[in-house]
Design a protein around this ligand. Structure first.
Ligand code: PLP
Length: 427
């Protein structure tokens, strides 16, 4: 173990719970101590000892253009010289809302927040206020931020640690949230037939990314849209990961399904803290100050976040080809890794949706949380450490998505395949 790294971590642990400001950054499920980062550029991330890694975490999704993109960094710097927060409206916020609404037409009105968690929290409150109902439903393994109503059988750090929700969430509140198996149309139908008109909202990751990548099966989201419409239930697409990941727009653009509300975050902030909730005018108009449902934020629509986000989205708008390049590169990476594992006689199931992927250490198929949890997490941990040693930065948990950016090159892919081959020799 690198001595320097150890001292950075032990220092952090004295003043920060677990040494990290978000549990997924700790290495609880793979063992060892987290690497401290000094800087990053393009597809590369560097630790405090100067070691270079090819980054497949990308700050858990946001850095689709690669790290420290020159235009994005310049936009932030220029803005910073002119003041960093005013607590009054700016034109950039309108431009951001216009751009999002243009890309995702179901988002007719948009409220900007400082995180994805705030966006989903607001969406749930809006749905409850609008419908006058209390129950909500979500899906096992889907993560929607850490707010009380939604931290029930959530994925991400929670699936990793096996915590069902969390202490501190009142049972009365958790009891209003039903969690259903992902991709299970029968369970969904039954739940809606039982409680239908008592549900305010159903929230879903249209492509699940927080139990590892789990794509929606054919018909699942269609059925969800049909049933929610029939019972007057607000359908919320949590596109915090999937928004602008596959196209200039959301996953909803690709499948032609229109949710009532959509939550965004990650990519739309270009690496700055951001979230957004938007949807049908008649629902969004209920938000204060127009309506009676309260929501606010001192730093919402922050000028620096807007400059990074606007710059990123304006670049993405012109990069149709880059989306398909990163799609192809991810396909190549996954296919070649599959061959290496097969040659070694190790059963893996690689789930992939365009530039998102997860290598599950099991034969698969992986289509929900239960099937994801059949993975050999001890083998994943060995793989993670082997890849890291060979210069590949993966998420420190089996139940996370890997991401490619537009900055990942053919050379990066070749190096990653080579690192995988070396890692498998000693697995
Ligand atoms: C990351 C994430 C969130 C929470 O966003 P934060 O900015 O971390 O609060 C919500 N939903 C999904 C699907 C996410 O991946």
């Amino acid at each position: 173990m690198n001595k320097k790294r150890t001292s950075h971590f032990s220092k952090a642990c004295k003043v920060i719970p677990g040494g990290v400001n978000s549990p997924v950054r700790a290495w609880k499920s793979v063992g060892g101590q987290p690497v401290f980062v000094s800087h990053a550029n393009g597809s590369k991330i560097y630790d405090v000892s100067g070691k270079e890694y090819i980054d497949y975490v990308l700050s858990w999704g946001p850095m689709i253009l690669g790290h420290a993109h020159s235009k994005v960094s310049k936009a932030i710097c220029n803005k910073a010289m002119k003041g960093t927060s005013f607590g009054a409206p700016t034109e950039a916020e309108t431009q951001m809302a216009e751009l999002i609404s243009e890309a995702i037409p179901s988002m007719e009105l948009i409220r900007l927040t400082s995180s994805g968690t705030e966006a989903t929290m607001t969406a749930i409150r809006l749905a409850r206020g609008y419908t006058g109902r209390s129950l909500i439903a979500k899906f096992d393994g889907c993560y929607h931020g850490h707010n009380d109503s939604l931290l029930i059988k959530a994925g991400s750090g929670v699936a990793t640690f096996g915590i069902p929700g969390s202490p501190g969430i009142p049972a009365g509140l958790a009891g209003l949230t039903l969690s259903l198996p992902y991709n299970d149309v029968d369970a969904l139908q039954k739940a809606i037939e039982t409680h239908g008109s008592r549900f305010a909202a159903i929230i879903v990751e249209p492509v699940a990314g927080n139990m590892g990548v789990v794509p929606p099966q054919k018909g699942f989201l269609n059925k969800l849209r049909k049933l929610t419409a029939k019972y007057g239930i607000i359908l919320i697409f949590d596109e915090v990961i999937t928004g602008f990941r596959f196209t200039f727009g959301g996953y909803q653009n690709l499948i032609g399904i229109k949710p009532d509300l959509t939550c965004l975050g990650k990519i739309i902030g270009g690496g700055m803290p951001v979230g957004a909730v938007g949807g049908a005018k008649k629902i969004m108009e209920r938000l204060a100050p127009m309506g009676d449902i309260y929501q606010a934020g001192t730093l919402s629509g922050n000028p620096l976040a807007m400059s990074a986000g606007l710059c990123t989205l304006n670049i993405l708008k012109t990069k149709k080809i880059s989306f398909s390049f990163s799609d192809k590169k991810t396909n190549q990476l996954c296919t070649e890794m599959e061959c290496l594992f097969a040659a070694k006689g190790i059963a893996v199931c690689i789930n992939r949706v365009q530039s998102m992927f997860t290598v599950f250490f099991q034969p698969g198929p992986v289509y929900d949380l239960k099937s994801a949890q059949k993975s050999d997490t001890a083998m994943f941990a060995r793989f993670f450490h082997g890849m890291l040693k060979n210069g590949i930065w993966l998420a420190p948990s089996q139940f996370e998505a890997g991401f490619l950016s537009f900055a990942h090159t053919q050379k990066d892919i070749d190096k990653t395949i080579d690192a995988c081959s070396k890692t498998l020799k000693n697995l």
